[in-house]
Structures are given as C-alpha cells and as structure tokens.
Write a protein of this length. Structure first.
Length: 58
C-alpha cells in the first residue's frame, strides 16, 4: 500500500489490498483505513464506532 507514512505512524494491519494505521496527533489519535485509491481518516471516537460496526457485520 502507500509508503508515505510518518516515522511516528504505527501500522496496525496490512494486506495486498488494504492497510490500517494510526498516527498520533496533538489532541487525538487518527486511524487511517486505506482501500485502493481511497483513505478514510477517523478520530479515535469514530474508530471505536467503526470497529463495533465491522464486528457486528461479521
């Protein structure tokens, strides 16, 4: 996937088509979900809600 991450970014998961990483921001942590040419940027609160949504879909 995209290799343009900062040194303080933490890769959480990666496959051939998807990547999820987190970055420390001044006032929050951002989670990034890369899907092909689209990247979602979620605050920690949005990430929590998204995680619950994905788990309930499984």
């Amino acid at each position: 996937m995209d290799n343009n991450h900062n040194d303080n970014d933490e890769m959480l998961a990666e496959s051939d088509n998807f990547a999820v990483w987190r970055s420390e921001e001044i006032d929050d942590v951002l989670y990034h979900i890369e899907m092909g040419g689209i990247t979602l940027h979620l605050t920690s609160e949005e990430w929590d809600e998204f995680s619950i949504l994905i788990k309930s879909a499984s």
